[in-house]
Design a protein around this ligand. Structure first.
Ligand SMILES: *Cc1c(COP(=O)(O)O)cnc(C)c1O
Length: 270
C-alpha cells in the first residue's frame, strides 16, 4: 500500500541501499567504517540508518553533538560513538559516564576531562583532531605531538585516536590532499617514535574513501557516499551505489488555463 492515501508529499528511505553502500566500502577498504550519522543521518533518520550501517559492517557511529550520541545509546545501540564536534563543558560528565569518545584539540579541554574523570573508572577516550588544512576544528600540526604527550601524562584519559579532515578530496586535483596527508603522516611517525601512536588513526571522508587508499589508515568516516550520493561531480560514487532517499509527491491538480493567463504570485509565469 503506497503512502498516497495519507500524504501529498513524503520521502522513502531504502535502508538496504545504506547497508549495501557501507558493505561495499568496508570490503573495498578492508578497514573499519564509521557511519557518519550527524544531523539526523543527513536527514535520512538517524536510528534506522545507524542500524542499517552497522548491519552493513560499520563498527562506529560518528555524530556532531553529544545529544546525538545519547540518542543512539538510549535507543540501545552499543557500538562505539565518536562526537566529532565540540562538547560544552557542562556535558563532559555525561560523555565520560556514557563512555562516548570525544574529539579534542586543546590543552584546556584535555585537562578538564582528566580532572572530571573519577579515580578508578574506565579512562575517558579521546581522539585528537589535527587541522592539516581544513581550517576548521583541530589543533595546529605543531601542537599535535606535545598535546599527545600531555594526554599520556594525565590520569584518567586515554588517547584512543588521532584524525584529520580533508578539505578538497572531492576534486580531481589532489595536491591539497597530498599536502594534508603528508603533514598528518609526519605527526603519526613522530608519535610512533615516541610510543604514543593511538590505536585508531583516521582521515578519510567519503571522497577519500573512494579515491585515496593511502589515506585509509585504520578507519574511514563515511558520510555522503553511505547515503548513495556523489561526493562531487568530479568524484562520483561507484555505479553500484544506490541513493537511499527518494522524495515523492502527488501531482495534486492538472488543469488547462486559457493562453496568456498569469500563474501564481505576481503572475510571474504567463
Ligand atoms: C561529516 C564528516 C565526515 C563525513 O564526510 P562526508 O564527506 O559526508 O563523507 C567525516 N569526518 C568528519 C570530521 C565530519 O564532520
Amino acid at each position: 500500500m503506497g503512502q498516497e492515501n495519507n500524504y501529498s508529499t513524503w520521502v522513502e528511505i531504502d535502508l538496504s541501499a545504506i547497508e549495501d553502500n557501507v558493505r561495499y566500502v568496508r570490503e573495498l577498504s578492508g578497514v573499519q567504517v564509521m557511519a557518519t550519522v550527524k544531523a539526523n543521518a543527513y536527514g535520512h533518520g538517524v536510528l534506522p540508518v545507524a542500524r542499517a550501517a552497522l548491519q552493513g559492517g560499520a563498527t562506529w557511529c560518528g555524530v556532531a553533538r553529544i545529544e546525538e550520541a545519547l540518542e543512539l545509546q538510549d535507543a540501545g545501540l552499543d557500538c562505539p560513538i565518536l562526537v566529532l564536534g565540540y562538547i560544552p563543558a557542562g556535558r563532559l560528565p555525561d560523555a565520560i559516564k556514557q563512555e562516548i569518545s570525544m574529539t579534542v584539540w586543546g590543552h584546556e579541554q584535555v585537562k578538564m576531562v582528566s580532572e572530571l574523570r573519577e579515580k578508578g573508572g574506565i579512562p575517558a577516550r579521546l581522539h585528537l583532531k589535527v587541522d592539516t588544512g581544513m581550517g576548521r576544528l583541530g589543533c595546529p600540526p605543531e601542537t599535535a605531538v606535545p598535546l599527545a604527550e600531555y594526554i599520556s601524562e594525565l590520569p584518567g584519559i586515554l588517547l584512543e585516536g588521532i584524525f584529520t579532515h580533508f578539505a578538497r578530496a572531492d576534486e580531481l586535483d589532489s595536491s591539497t590532499s597530498d599536502h594534508q596527508e603528508e603533514i598528518f603522516r609526519t605527526i603519526i611517525f613522530e608519535l610512533q617514535e615516541r610510543g604514543l601512536k593511538p590505536p585508531l588513526v583516521h582521515a578519510a571522508n567519503s571522497a577519500a574513501s573512494l579515491t585515496r587508499p593511502s589515506a585509509y589508515f585504520d578507519l574511514l568516516r563515511l558520510g555522503i557516499a553511505m547515503y548513495g550520493l556523489h561526493p562531487s561531480p568530479e568524484r562520483p560514487a561507484p555505479a553500484s551505489f544506490r541513493p537511499a532517499l527518494t522524495w515523492k509527491s502527488l501531482l495534486s491538480q492538472v488543469k488547462v488555463l486559457p493562453a496568456g493567463s498569469g500563474v501564481s504570485y505576481g503572475h510571474e509565469y504567463i
